[in-house]
Write a protein that binds this ligand. Structure first.
Ligand SMILES: [Zn+2]
Length: 354
């Protein structure tokens, strides 16, 4: 079968590899669509980061580069192991793409994303969504209703990142949120917040992204920090209080400053972005307002609720798909587009069979 494999920085190849073999406790899936993620771009430009470098196998997967890429994917079950009795061929599914130890419990209340040596399918080994087929442990396979389109379903993984940030924030329906940055994660986080009944303000500079936040209806209002004082605008809409929760989705220091200004005293800021550098944080502001600044990575027990929101039509993922390409175009029409033309794109999907 064909697969996109990461060999090294700036070296991703479309290759013919052996099909994965079904094992006990596993499910075989024909991949339908796989999204390209910012994490993939970082691997391509600056990696290997999550990918275990050649000759340095990951302690759980035992694999090192070259590895198949792609962790945001949907597909259809083709075969299940004899000991899997709750999924059947033909079922539409998405994958929660973790590589975790066999001893890690995966159940509500457990922060399994924080277990030692955590990595992701499509980065740390065990195949990936940028190939025609994959075999995945049953516990990571989530069925989706037949009426959900498989291209939309490929966005459930990044949507789960936004949902996890929402859960971390402790926010509830009726609360006011300010989201800093309307890139893919900022937009999808906003979509979750809106679906969960919050008022959502978005801060963003790029015209294309401002338009996207408005067109998709995920933002009640969009503020451009070059034009207005975002924190003042938020306060003026909350009787001077400020937002209950803020979400950092840009890894830009002035955005973090704005959030510290825009949230209310005793408010919460959740950092969703991956920082490549250490920012200066206005600690006096954090102290005097008793702001809780929280980290978040991946997701845990978020997929079920996210799938429900999509199945119920409370989140329409279609408008976030800005490109559909085949596997051969991965670098030229996918990675290069997202690197050189990133404001015009939210999510580019790859059909590994095309
Ligand atoms: Zn991702």
């Amino acid at each position: 079968m064909r697969a996109a494999r990461f060999h090294d920085r700036k070296d991703i190849r479309i290759e013919d590899i052996d099909e994965p073999q079904l094992k006990p406790g596993h499910v075989a899936i024909d991949v339908a669509w796989c999204g390209i993620c910012g994490t993939d771009l970082h691997e391509y430009l600056e990696g290997p980061i999550f990918v275990p470098a050649h000759g340095h196998p990951h302690p759980l997967s035992g694999e090192s580069a070259p590895v198949t890429m792609g962790h945001e994917f949907s597909g259809t079950v083709t075969e299940v192991a004899g000991d899997v009795d709750d999924l059947s061929p033909g079922q539409k599914v998405v994958v929660e793409p973790y590589i975790l130890g066999d001893d890690v419990e995966v159940k509500p209340g457990v922060d399994y994303q924080l277990s030692p040596n955590m990595n992701f399918i499509g980065l740390g080994g065990r195949g990936g969504g940028l190939s025609e087929k994959i075999v995945v442990e049953r516990r990571w396979v989530h069925p989706i209703a037949d009426h959900v389109a498989l291209d939309h379903a490929a966005l459930i993984e990044p949507l789960a990142v936004g949902h996890h940030a929402f859960i971390r924030s402790g926010a509830k329906a009726g609360d006011v949120a300010i989201v800093g940055g309307a890139g893919p994660i900022g937009l999808l986080t906003s979509a979750v917040l809106k679906a969960e009944g919050l008022t959502v303000f978005v801060s963003e500079l790029s015209e294309a992204r401002k338009d996207k936040a408005r067109e998709t209806g995920v933002a009640d209002e969009v503020f451009d920090p070059r034009e207005v004082d975002v924190a003042a605008e938020v306060r003026s809409r909350t009787e001077g209080r400020g937002a209950d929760v803020g979400f950092e989705c840009s890894s830009v220091p002035v955005v973090l400053d704005m959030l510290l200004d825009a949230v209310r005293p005793a408010g919460t800021i959740v950092n969703v972005s991956i920082w490549g550098h250490k920012p200066e944080v206005d600690m006096p502001k954090l102290v005097l307002k008793e702001i809780a600044l929280l980290g978040t990575i991946g997701y845990a027990n978020d997929h079920r609720r996210v799938i429900e929101l999509v199945e119920q039509g409370k989140i329409d993922l279609g408008p976030f798909i800005t490109g559909r390409i085949g596997l051969d175009g991965l670098v030229s029409e996918g990675f290069d587009q997202l690197i050189n033309n990133n404001e015009e794109h939210v999510k580019i999907l790859v059909n590994p069979r095309a």
